[in-house]
Ligand binder design. Structure first.
Ligand code: PLP
Length: 377
């Protein structure tokens, strides 16, 4: 089945599978135990940390904490920096993932959240962030690197520099960046805490990492045992970690193929808009975005009905974030960009992988045309 939902999750990469099985067979002892086999598992864990630091261009492997994924890390960030009993304010964009918005609302209750608006192209307005930083002392600024629904890249460098100058800790959910753009590029974004999720780039689900720098080095994710230098308690899932590092290495070696998705996606969007009256892409051509992502509006009918029909024709797409696919009011991301409720109901998210072929894109176009015939205009 041509799979166009890579922003939701990705298939397990062969290199990840191999690393996973090897580590599960050979290094199943608890890395915190004290006999030689456990020592070997500890050594392997630290080797993986070093390999990941190299891929990320991080100076010190000790700045990496392994997690169960982005949701855990995002929750921990807000729990940590909300400092119970103190006056704390956070600023976050209106288009963050629910795993950021939910914890922000939970931990910074009482109106201490400054939502930063986005423009019609889905990018935050840095001027608005600067205004907000001048108005209220801000503890934490949270901004995703790339949006999961539109692929829009965010002006993180500029935003984080402004946040740092105002004394705020900066947090970047970079879940959608890794595997699609060079991993070392996130360091250039300059966040104190950068979060990644393995299953977005070919690792199994349930493993991720947080890269800590500057003020972010204070972050404590879970309390309990002394694992991860006391920053994240819980026995490390070494096979999953080994698989994640292998997956990222393989994804990095395939970035040229991923880049080649952009012209295929652009051609698809052009033909989609020109052959189906009323249909079109949400973002204008040339907008800074992930090479694999296309948010489109179908000409008529509800997106869920299109999704079901496309599924029957063998094409997997989504109506937006998989995490909010049950949400009643549709996409908060598209709403923040100013799309009408009617347009949002007609939105589909299409996200390809490095191996998606021109024939797959053509097939999707044909399937959309075929479905359109079901919805007389
Ligand atoms: N943040 C973003 C931007 C995402 O796209 C996702 C996945 O949908 C998550 C966080 C959640 O990641 P995880 O599944 O690792 O908890």
């Amino acid at each position: 089945m041509p799979y166009f939902d890579h922003n939701a999750t990705t298939p397990l990469r062969p290199a990840a599978r191999e690393a996973w099985l090897e580590a599960a067979d050979r290094f199943w002892h608890n890395p915190s135990s004290l006999y030689p086999e456990a020592g070997a598992a500890r050594q392997r864990l630290e080797d993986e940390r070093e390999a990941l630091a190299d891929l990320l261009g991080a100076d010190d492997p000790e700045d990496l904490v392994f997690t169960s994924g982005a949701t855990e890390a995002n929750n921990a960030v807000f729990a940590h920096y909300s400092r119970p009993g103190q006056l704390a304010t956070c600023a976050l964009s209106a288009i963050e993932h629910p795993s950021v918005i939910g914890p922000a609302q939970r931990d910074f209750a009482g109106g201490a959240i400054s939502p930063i608006p986005v423009d019609a192209g889905g990018q935050i307005e840095v001027g608005e962030l600067q205004r907000s930083l001048r108005t209220a002392p801000t503890t934490l600024v949270s901004l995703m690197a790339a949006n999961n629904e539109t692929g829009a890249l965010q002006p993180c460098g500029e935003a984080f520099a402004a946040a740092r100058a105002a004394g705020a800790v900066t947090h970047c959910d970079a879940s959608q960046w890794f595997g699609k753009l060079p991993a070392a590029g996130v360091a250039a974004l300059g966040a104190d805490i950068t979060v990644g999720s393995g299953h977005k780039f070919g690792a199994p689900r349930g493993v991720g990492f947080a890269l800590l720098a500057g003020a972010g080095r204070d972050l404590r994710l879970q309390t309990g045992g002394p694992q991860e230098a006391r920053r994240r308690a819980g026995t490390e899932d070494l096979p999953a970690i080994a698989a994640m590092v292998a997956a990222l290495a393989e994804a990095e070696s395939q970035l040229a193929d991923m880049r080649a998705q952009a012209p295929l996606r652009d051609a698809f969007e052009e033909q989609f808009a020109s052959t189906l009256p009323g249909a079109g892409a949400v973002l204008p051509r040339g907008r800074d975005r992930l090479p694999n992502t296309s948010a489109v509006l179908v000409p008529r009918g509800k997106n869920l009905r299109w999704l079901t029909r496309l599924g029957r024709l063998g094409f997997a797409v989504s109506t937006g974030s998989a995490c909010s696919s049950g949400a009643e009011n549709g996409s908060h991301v598209l709403a923040a960009m100013g799309l009408s409720a009617d347009a949002i109901k007609r939105s589909l998210r299409i996200s390809s992988g490095a191996n998606t072929s021109a024939a797959d894109w053509d097939g999707l176009l044909g399937a959309l045309r075929c479905v359109a015939a079901d919805f007389p205009g």
